[in-house]
Design a protein around this ligand. Structure first.
Ligand SMILES: NC(=O)c1ccc[n+]([C@@H]2O[C@H](COP(=O)([O-])OP(=O)(O)OC[C@H]3O[C@@H](n4cnc5c(N)ncnc54)[C@H](O)[C@@H]3O)[C@@H](O)[C@H]2O)c1
Length: 264
Protein backbone atom coordinates (compact mmCIF):
# COMPACT_ATOMS: atom_id res chain seq x y z
CA UNK A 1 0.00 0.00 0.00
CA UNK A 2 2.78 2.42 0.79
CA UNK A 3 4.17 4.62 -1.91
CA UNK A 4 7.62 5.11 -0.55
CA UNK A 5 10.62 7.31 -1.02
CA UNK A 6 13.74 6.64 0.91
CA UNK A 7 17.01 8.47 1.02
CA UNK A 8 19.18 5.40 0.85
CA UNK A 9 21.02 4.00 -2.17
CA UNK A 10 19.22 1.32 -4.25
CA UNK A 11 21.37 -1.33 -2.58
CA UNK A 12 21.71 -1.39 1.16
CA UNK A 13 25.04 -1.80 2.87
CA UNK A 14 24.54 -5.55 3.44
CA UNK A 15 24.04 -6.03 -0.30
CA UNK A 16 20.26 -6.55 -0.23
CA UNK A 17 18.54 -4.50 -2.96
CA UNK A 18 15.81 -2.08 -1.86
CA UNK A 19 13.27 -3.92 -4.03
CA UNK A 20 14.01 -7.11 -2.08
CA UNK A 21 13.75 -5.26 1.24
CA UNK A 22 10.33 -3.96 0.13
CA UNK A 23 9.14 -7.54 -0.50
CA UNK A 24 10.41 -8.98 2.81
CA UNK A 25 7.34 -7.75 4.78
CA UNK A 26 5.09 -9.51 2.22
CA UNK A 27 6.94 -12.80 2.76
CA UNK A 28 6.88 -12.27 6.50
CA UNK A 29 3.13 -11.70 6.55
CA UNK A 30 2.52 -14.89 4.52
CA UNK A 31 4.98 -16.88 6.65
CA UNK A 32 3.45 -15.63 9.90
CA UNK A 33 0.04 -16.86 8.71
CA UNK A 34 1.60 -20.29 7.96
CA UNK A 35 3.36 -20.33 11.33
CA UNK A 36 0.07 -19.56 13.11
CA UNK A 37 -1.40 -22.63 11.38
CA UNK A 38 1.66 -24.67 12.52
CA UNK A 39 2.70 -25.37 8.91
CA UNK A 40 6.34 -26.58 9.18
CA UNK A 41 7.61 -26.11 5.60
CA UNK A 42 6.52 -24.33 2.46
CA UNK A 43 7.57 -24.54 -1.18
CA UNK A 44 8.75 -21.44 -3.01
CA UNK A 45 5.70 -21.68 -5.29
CA UNK A 46 3.23 -21.83 -2.39
CA UNK A 47 4.90 -19.01 -0.53
CA UNK A 48 5.20 -16.90 -3.69
CA UNK A 49 1.47 -17.34 -4.36
CA UNK A 50 0.60 -16.44 -0.74
CA UNK A 51 2.79 -13.33 -0.91
CA UNK A 52 1.62 -12.34 -4.40
CA UNK A 53 5.15 -12.52 -5.84
CA UNK A 54 6.68 -14.45 -8.73
CA UNK A 55 8.44 -17.60 -7.41
CA UNK A 56 11.70 -17.00 -9.31
CA UNK A 57 11.87 -13.53 -7.73
CA UNK A 58 11.21 -15.05 -4.31
CA UNK A 59 14.08 -17.54 -4.71
CA UNK A 60 16.39 -14.73 -5.79
CA UNK A 61 15.27 -12.59 -2.82
CA UNK A 62 15.91 -15.45 -0.39
CA UNK A 63 19.35 -16.07 -1.87
CA UNK A 64 20.31 -12.60 -0.55
CA UNK A 65 19.40 -13.88 2.92
CA UNK A 66 21.50 -16.99 2.35
CA UNK A 67 18.33 -19.08 2.46
CA UNK A 68 18.06 -21.66 -0.31
CA UNK A 69 15.49 -24.13 1.10
CA UNK A 70 15.80 -27.91 0.77
CA UNK A 71 15.04 -29.56 -2.55
CA UNK A 72 11.79 -31.53 -2.32
CA UNK A 73 11.02 -30.14 1.15
CA UNK A 74 10.96 -26.37 0.70
CA UNK A 75 11.70 -23.69 3.26
CA UNK A 76 11.51 -24.10 7.03
CA UNK A 77 8.73 -21.66 7.99
CA UNK A 78 9.91 -20.85 11.55
CA UNK A 79 13.50 -20.32 10.47
CA UNK A 80 12.47 -18.01 7.63
CA UNK A 81 10.25 -16.00 9.98
CA UNK A 82 13.26 -15.56 12.25
CA UNK A 83 15.65 -14.74 9.37
CA UNK A 84 13.37 -12.14 7.78
CA UNK A 85 12.44 -10.60 11.14
CA UNK A 86 16.13 -10.29 11.97
CA UNK A 87 16.88 -8.77 8.56
CA UNK A 88 14.09 -6.22 8.98
CA UNK A 89 15.28 -5.41 12.49
CA UNK A 90 12.06 -6.71 14.03
CA UNK A 91 13.70 -8.89 16.64
CA UNK A 92 14.06 -5.73 18.71
CA UNK A 93 11.40 -3.41 20.08
CA UNK A 94 10.93 -0.15 18.12
CA UNK A 95 9.34 2.72 20.03
CA UNK A 96 7.25 4.89 17.71
CA UNK A 97 5.69 8.32 18.28
CA UNK A 98 2.57 9.44 16.47
CA UNK A 99 2.23 13.19 15.97
CA UNK A 100 -1.25 14.54 15.24
CA UNK A 101 -3.93 12.62 17.14
CA UNK A 102 -6.98 13.50 15.07
CA UNK A 103 -9.12 10.99 13.17
CA UNK A 104 -6.18 9.26 11.54
CA UNK A 105 -3.69 9.47 14.42
CA UNK A 106 -6.26 8.03 16.85
CA UNK A 107 -7.03 5.17 14.45
CA UNK A 108 -3.31 4.43 14.09
CA UNK A 109 -2.84 4.57 17.86
CA UNK A 110 -5.51 1.89 18.25
CA UNK A 111 -4.13 -0.34 15.51
CA UNK A 112 -3.06 -3.64 17.09
CA UNK A 113 -0.91 -4.58 14.11
CA UNK A 114 1.95 -2.31 15.23
CA UNK A 115 2.52 -4.05 18.56
CA UNK A 116 2.26 -7.54 17.06
CA UNK A 117 5.01 -6.60 14.58
CA UNK A 118 7.42 -5.20 17.15
CA UNK A 119 6.42 -1.51 17.04
CA UNK A 120 5.49 -0.06 20.41
CA UNK A 121 3.52 3.18 20.40
CA UNK A 122 5.67 5.05 22.92
CA UNK A 123 3.85 8.38 22.79
CA UNK A 124 0.99 10.26 21.20
CA UNK A 125 1.66 13.95 20.57
CA UNK A 126 -0.74 16.71 19.58
CA UNK A 127 -0.62 20.51 19.51
CA UNK A 128 -4.16 20.95 20.80
CA UNK A 129 -3.96 21.73 24.55
CA UNK A 130 -7.51 20.42 24.99
CA UNK A 131 -6.23 16.95 24.14
CA UNK A 132 -3.29 16.91 26.54
CA UNK A 133 -3.69 14.13 29.10
CA UNK A 134 -6.68 12.56 27.34
CA UNK A 135 -6.21 8.85 26.77
CA UNK A 136 -6.44 7.60 23.20
CA UNK A 137 -6.24 3.81 22.82
CA UNK A 138 -5.19 3.77 26.48
CA UNK A 139 -2.24 6.16 26.00
CA UNK A 140 -2.44 9.73 27.33
CA UNK A 141 -1.85 12.37 24.65
CA UNK A 142 1.13 14.65 25.33
CA UNK A 143 1.53 18.21 24.16
CA UNK A 144 3.78 18.93 21.20
CA UNK A 145 5.78 21.43 23.30
CA UNK A 146 7.33 18.33 24.92
CA UNK A 147 8.13 16.57 21.63
CA UNK A 148 11.93 16.77 21.96
CA UNK A 149 11.90 15.62 25.60
CA UNK A 150 9.60 12.66 24.80
CA UNK A 151 11.79 11.50 21.92
CA UNK A 152 14.93 11.70 23.96
CA UNK A 153 13.48 9.93 27.01
CA UNK A 154 11.94 7.08 25.01
CA UNK A 155 14.87 6.68 22.60
CA UNK A 156 12.45 7.03 19.68
CA UNK A 157 13.86 6.68 16.17
CA UNK A 158 10.60 6.29 14.21
CA UNK A 159 8.01 9.06 13.94
CA UNK A 160 4.58 8.93 12.32
CA UNK A 161 3.18 12.23 11.02
CA UNK A 162 -0.62 12.49 10.94
CA UNK A 163 -0.95 16.27 11.15
CA UNK A 164 -2.46 18.62 8.57
CA UNK A 165 -0.17 19.01 5.55
CA UNK A 166 0.59 22.67 6.33
CA UNK A 167 2.52 21.84 9.51
CA UNK A 168 3.99 18.48 8.46
CA UNK A 169 7.39 19.87 7.39
CA UNK A 170 7.76 21.80 10.61
CA UNK A 171 6.84 18.69 12.64
CA UNK A 172 9.26 16.66 10.53
CA UNK A 173 12.10 19.15 11.17
CA UNK A 174 11.51 18.97 14.92
CA UNK A 175 11.40 15.17 14.88
CA UNK A 176 14.65 15.00 12.92
CA UNK A 177 16.38 17.59 15.11
CA UNK A 178 15.34 15.56 18.15
CA UNK A 179 16.98 12.42 16.74
CA UNK A 180 14.26 10.65 14.73
CA UNK A 181 15.79 9.01 11.67
CA UNK A 182 12.77 7.28 10.10
CA UNK A 183 9.46 8.96 9.28
CA UNK A 184 6.18 7.53 8.11
CA UNK A 185 4.31 10.45 6.59
CA UNK A 186 0.55 10.39 6.11
CA UNK A 187 0.20 14.11 5.39
CA UNK A 188 -0.30 14.84 1.69
CA UNK A 189 2.93 16.75 1.23
CA UNK A 190 6.50 16.00 0.19
CA UNK A 191 8.91 16.30 3.09
CA UNK A 192 12.54 17.29 2.78
CA UNK A 193 14.92 15.59 5.15
CA UNK A 194 18.68 15.47 5.48
CA UNK A 195 20.76 12.48 4.32
CA UNK A 196 20.48 9.55 6.66
CA UNK A 197 16.76 10.07 7.32
CA UNK A 198 14.30 7.68 5.66
CA UNK A 199 10.82 8.86 4.72
CA UNK A 200 7.99 6.58 3.67
CA UNK A 201 4.86 8.25 2.42
CA UNK A 202 1.45 6.62 2.68
CA UNK A 203 -1.28 8.07 0.52
CA UNK A 204 -4.48 6.08 0.19
CA UNK A 205 -5.83 8.48 -2.44
CA UNK A 206 -2.87 7.64 -4.69
CA UNK A 207 -3.65 3.94 -4.26
CA UNK A 208 -7.29 4.66 -5.17
CA UNK A 209 -6.18 6.61 -8.23
CA UNK A 210 -4.11 3.62 -9.35
CA UNK A 211 -7.14 1.36 -8.87
CA UNK A 212 -9.26 3.87 -10.84
CA UNK A 213 -6.74 3.64 -13.68
CA UNK A 214 -7.07 -0.16 -13.72
CA UNK A 215 -10.87 0.05 -13.49
CA UNK A 216 -10.88 2.40 -16.48
CA UNK A 217 -8.64 0.04 -18.44
CA UNK A 218 -10.82 -2.97 -17.56
CA UNK A 219 -13.94 -1.01 -18.62
CA UNK A 220 -12.18 -0.13 -21.91
CA UNK A 221 -11.31 -3.79 -22.50
CA UNK A 222 -14.91 -4.82 -21.75
CA UNK A 223 -16.38 -2.27 -24.14
CA UNK A 224 -13.88 -3.34 -26.83
CA UNK A 225 -14.91 -6.97 -26.27
CA UNK A 226 -18.60 -5.97 -26.44
CA UNK A 227 -17.98 -4.02 -29.66
CA UNK A 228 -16.19 -7.02 -31.15
CA UNK A 229 -19.04 -9.34 -30.11
CA UNK A 230 -21.61 -6.94 -31.59
CA UNK A 231 -19.65 -6.77 -34.86
CA UNK A 232 -19.53 -10.55 -34.97
CA UNK A 233 -23.29 -10.82 -34.32
CA UNK A 234 -23.98 -8.22 -36.99
CA UNK A 235 -21.87 -10.20 -39.45
CA UNK A 236 -23.72 -13.42 -38.50
CA UNK A 237 -27.16 -11.96 -39.23
CA UNK A 238 -26.12 -10.10 -42.39
CA UNK A 239 -28.11 -11.02 -45.57
CA UNK A 240 -26.74 -14.15 -47.29
CA UNK A 241 -24.34 -13.72 -50.16
CA UNK A 242 -25.94 -13.99 -53.65
CA UNK A 243 -26.46 -17.57 -54.96
CA UNK A 244 -23.40 -18.98 -56.57
CA UNK A 245 -21.15 -17.57 -53.86
CA UNK A 246 -18.44 -19.78 -52.43
CA UNK A 247 -20.33 -20.44 -49.17
CA UNK A 248 -23.50 -21.45 -50.96
CA UNK A 249 -25.45 -18.94 -48.88
CA UNK A 250 -24.81 -20.47 -45.44
CA UNK A 251 -24.04 -18.09 -42.60
CA UNK A 252 -21.26 -18.50 -40.10
CA UNK A 253 -22.11 -18.99 -36.44
CA UNK A 254 -20.23 -17.72 -33.44
CA UNK A 255 -17.67 -20.51 -33.79
CA UNK A 256 -16.72 -19.36 -37.25
CA UNK A 257 -17.33 -22.32 -39.52
CA UNK A 258 -20.51 -23.69 -37.90
CA UNK A 259 -23.55 -22.45 -39.86
CA UNK A 260 -25.88 -20.46 -37.62
CA UNK A 261 -28.83 -21.56 -39.74
CA UNK A 262 -28.65 -25.15 -40.95
CA UNK A 263 -29.79 -25.67 -44.59
CA UNK A 264 -33.24 -27.37 -44.76
N1 LIG B 1 -2.29 9.15 3.72
C1 LIG B 1 -3.56 8.88 3.73
O1 LIG B 1 -4.03 7.98 3.09
C2 LIG B 1 -4.43 9.78 4.57
C3 LIG B 1 -5.71 9.39 4.94
C4 LIG B 1 -6.42 10.25 5.77
C5 LIG B 1 -5.86 11.45 6.19
N2 LIG B 1 -4.60 11.78 5.76
C6 LIG B 1 -3.93 13.00 6.21
O2 LIG B 1 -3.58 12.80 7.57
C7 LIG B 1 -3.59 14.04 8.23
C8 LIG B 1 -4.52 13.95 9.43
O3 LIG B 1 -5.84 13.72 9.01
P1 LIG B 1 -7.02 13.70 10.09
O4 LIG B 1 -8.26 13.40 9.37
O5 LIG B 1 -6.62 12.84 11.24
O6 LIG B 1 -7.01 15.24 10.56
P2 LIG B 1 -7.53 15.84 11.91
O7 LIG B 1 -7.78 17.28 11.66
O8 LIG B 1 -8.62 14.99 12.49
O9 LIG B 1 -6.28 15.70 12.90
C9 LIG B 1 -5.10 16.45 12.81
C10 LIG B 1 -4.52 16.55 14.21
O10 LIG B 1 -3.23 17.17 14.12
C11 LIG B 1 -3.09 18.06 15.21
N3 LIG B 1 -2.06 19.05 14.89
C12 LIG B 1 -2.17 20.15 14.14
N4 LIG B 1 -0.98 20.79 14.09
C13 LIG B 1 -0.11 20.07 14.83
C14 LIG B 1 1.25 20.22 15.17
N5 LIG B 1 1.98 21.25 14.71
N6 LIG B 1 1.82 19.32 15.98
C15 LIG B 1 1.10 18.26 16.44
N7 LIG B 1 -0.20 18.08 16.17
C16 LIG B 1 -0.80 18.96 15.37
C17 LIG B 1 -4.47 18.65 15.40
O11 LIG B 1 -4.64 19.19 16.72
C18 LIG B 1 -5.37 17.44 15.15
O12 LIG B 1 -5.64 16.72 16.36
C19 LIG B 1 -4.02 15.07 7.21
O13 LIG B 1 -2.86 15.65 6.67
C20 LIG B 1 -4.75 14.25 6.17
O14 LIG B 1 -4.72 14.85 4.90
C21 LIG B 1 -3.90 10.96 4.99
Amino acid sequence: MATGRTHRPATRSRGIPEATVARLPLYLRALTALSERSVPTVSSEELAAAAGVNSAKLRKDFSYLGSYGTRGVGYDVEYLVYQISRELGLTQDWPVVIVGIGNLGAALAGYGGFASRGFRVAALIDADPAMTGKPVAGIPVQHSDDLEKIIEEDGVSIGVIATPAGVAQQVCDRLVAAGVTSILNFAPTVLSVPDGVDVRKVDLSIELQILAFHEQRKAGEESNAEAAAEAETAAAVAPPAPRGGSTGGSRKGPDGDVPAVMPA
